[in-house]
Design a protein around this ligand. Structure first.
Ligand code: SF4
Ligand code: SF4
Length: 626
């Protein structure tokens, strides 16, 4: 009986999945070694989903290892720290490990070779409230290391009655990647200490550690390490089937709970953390160490494949040289071969998401055959772990029918590549799905920008109207004050002036009324508002027409609509004029309150939508590469 067959298995299979060649033995046989301290480190400021961290240092500053060099910006963000001691030599846009190849801000540190730490202190989490613990993890730069880099502090707390199940994602299902395997074999007790902290913080009633059956040594090490735990905890061995490390797939495998589209796993009482993330939580809390390094698998076309504990910001070229990169390597995959991407150049610095670097050669990765037309064989649908219809999504993406793609749950696609792997027509399906998603995001971004512009415009209008009204009220109050003062005066000259003002006001009012009556008689649909009488109706409704058509020449329906609108306006005005100043003020206050309430409701809706989106992202944060 081989080692895999000897492992007891209790699991609940998910739909689909594929089994590509594992290529794990090349790098899993040797222990983790410390990576090089490079002469220069390029530390990206965007190290997590959400906002880029804000730089706290300036060019020329000397920094110590572990010193915070950029603070989290907003809720969905995490701090960034100096991976070694040295001098900041630039803060500028540079290439980063991202498929877009776009530049992002990085802090470049010239190492002083001393690798001198800041003071580190244990964090007394047992006597801290939830908020303080979350802030601490955010400031220690703890993010999901399975590939999704979602800020971990956002996944802690929230469930009042605790969790049913805390799932530890140790499946590591992507071919070539072995960093979690080595971590569990060598540092199982520290991982379990991290699990104990999370179990207590989340009040999880049980903890299930999911490991694929191709890691027998890691399974043994973890089983030995959990032996003394005083809560329900189990290492669950699952079959080696890609993508069992997807959060939804692993939750199904371990708990038999299916997380439906648009539902968060926490709504079902389950939260998922990657095993390497748990290790960093332990190091941050018990040793005061921020996330400044990670274990990364260096494999593929290199002389010494293995796992290296590498400083964040280490140029990929330094790591490849460390592993003995071969001369015929032609490009490099960041992540695994299923979900990873080719880096734009080896000058980019390692980020927290970098779990694996694969040197490619034509022998190891032969050129992909040309794409052929889809033959509707349905193999992609059989392989899809999200139970989608990839051939339909492909067609909608190709024809730019993004609405239809969204209707067919495009955003449930985890981009695992299982469909493309089985496609006999060699269609690079995931490329089409990424294209569709990016087009939808771009459209939503423009819509959001347009909505914001409209809101700004409406608010400015509201403010201008309010200022106009307040100015008029101030003038009226001043005039009334003057009039009252003159009327109350015992000076006959004042009394005469007051009487004159009053008579002039009455004459002006009578003249206005006469003019309005005359215009109504001449043209019954001309506005009664004296301010508007100077503008012919046709001009008002169709400006800038050079020759306004007389009302009688207008379309009868249109003329009727204009007449009704004018009458309504006149009625409103008459009603307003008949009101006492107190009633007018009350009417204005009511109108203002309605506008303010509508604006507050819109702002609250917007904030709720943003929070909902951030939380949903967090629930999907453990990628299959984990
Ligand atoms: S596997 Fe390829 S050829 Fe077959 S239905 Fe899917 S996209 Fe079409
Ligand atoms: S890439 Fe998307 S559509 Fe294809 S198998 Fe994976 S989840 Fe399904």
């Amino acid at each position: 009986m081989n080692a895999r067959a000897a492992l007891a298995v209790t699991f609940f299979p998910f739909h689909g999945g594929v089994h590509p060649p594992e290529h794990k033995d090349e790098s899993s046989g040797s222990p983790i070694v410390a990576g090089p301290i490079p002469a220069t480190l390029v530390v990206p400021l965007h190290q997590s989903i959400g906002n880029m961290a804000k730089a706290l240092v300036n060019v020329g500053d000397h920094v110590l290892k572990g010193q915070m060099i950029a603070a989290a910006d907003g809720t969905v963000s995490a701090a960034v720290h100096a991976p070694t001691s040295g001098r900041v030599v630039s803060i500028s846009p540079q290439r980063v490990p991202h498929p877009s190849g776009l530049l992002e801000y990085c802090i470049t540190i010239e190492s002083d070779g001393e690798d001198r730490w800041i003071d580190r202190n244990r964090f007394d989490w047992r006597n801290a409230d939830g908020r303080a613990i979350r802030d601490y993890l955010r400031d220690m730069g703890v993010v999901g290391l399975g590939g999704a880099v979602f800020p971990s502090h956002l996944k802690i707390g929230g469930a009042k009655d605790g969790l049913d199940t805390l799932v530890i994602n140790a499946a590591e299902c992507e071919p070539f990647i072995t960093c979690d395997d080595r971590l569990m074999r060598e540092r199982a007790s520290q991982v379990v200490e991290g699990i104990k902290i999370l179990q207590a913080l989340l009040q999880a009633r049980e903890v299930l550690i999911g490991v694929e059956d191709n890691k027998p040594e890691a399974i043994d090490a973890m089983r030995a390490a959990i032996a003394g735990c005083d809560f329900k905890i189990e290492v669950v061995v699952v079959p080696t089937l890609y993508p069992s490390g997807g959060a939804k797939q692993l939750i199904k495998l371990l708990t038999n709970k299916e997380v439906p589209s648009g539902v968060r796993s926490t709504d079902l009482g389950v939260q998922c953390f990657n095993v390497a993330t748990v290790y960093t939580i332990y190091r941050a809390i018990e040793h005061g160490e921020p996330v400044i390094s990670r274990v990364v698998t260096l494999t593929g076309n290199v002389d010494r494949p293995g796992n290296v504990d590498a400083l964040i910001g280490t140029p990929i070229a330094d790591l490849l040289a460390f592993a003995g990169n071969k001369a015929d390597s032609d490009s490099y995959i960041y992540g695994g071969p299923m979900m990873g991407f080719e880096i734009p150049g080896t000058d980019v610095g390692l980020s927290k998401a970098g779990n694996c670097i694969i040197a490619k050669s034509s022998g190891l990765f032969p050129a992909k055959p040309a794409e052929m037309p889809c033959i509707r064989c349905g193999k992609c649908a059989d392989a899809c772990p999200a139970e989608l219809q990839p051939m339909d999504l492909y067609w909608f993406g190709k024809s730019k029918n993004f609405g239809k793609a969204q209707e067919r749950n495009l955003f449930d696609c985890i981009e695992c590549g299982a469909c493309a792997y089985v496609c006999p027509s060699n269609i690079q399906l995931v490329d089409y799905f990424r294209f569709s998603k990016s087009e939808i995001w771009a459209a939503e971004k423009s819509k959001k920008a347009a909505d914001q512009a409209r809101e700004r415009h409406e608010f400015r209008q509201f403010r201008e109207e309010r200022e106009k009204r307040e100015r008029a009220e101030r003038l009226a109050a001043k005039a009334a004050q003057k009039h009252d003062a003159a009327a109350a005066s015992s000076d006959p000259a004042d009394a005469e002036r007051a009487a004159k003002i009053k008579a002039a006001m009455e004459r002006a009012a009578a003249k206005k009324a006469e003019a309005a009556a005359a215009q109504v008689a001449a043209d019954p649909i001309t506005p009664l508002d004296p301010d508007a009488t100077a503008v012919p109706v046709a001009e008002a409704v169709s400006a800038p027409a050079p020759e306004p058509a007389p009302v009688s020449q207008l379309d009868p329906e249109k003329a009727e609509r204009i007449r009704a609108a004018m009458e309504k306006r006149a009625a409103e005005k008459a009603e307003l004029e008949a009101m006492s100043p107190e009633e007018k003020a009350a009417r204005e206050a009511e109108k203002k309150a309605k506008i303010e309430a509508a604006m507050a409701a819109a702002a609250a809706k917007k904030a709720a939508k943003a929070a909902e989106a951030a939380k949903a992202q967090g629930d999907q944060a453990d990628g299959p590469g984990a």
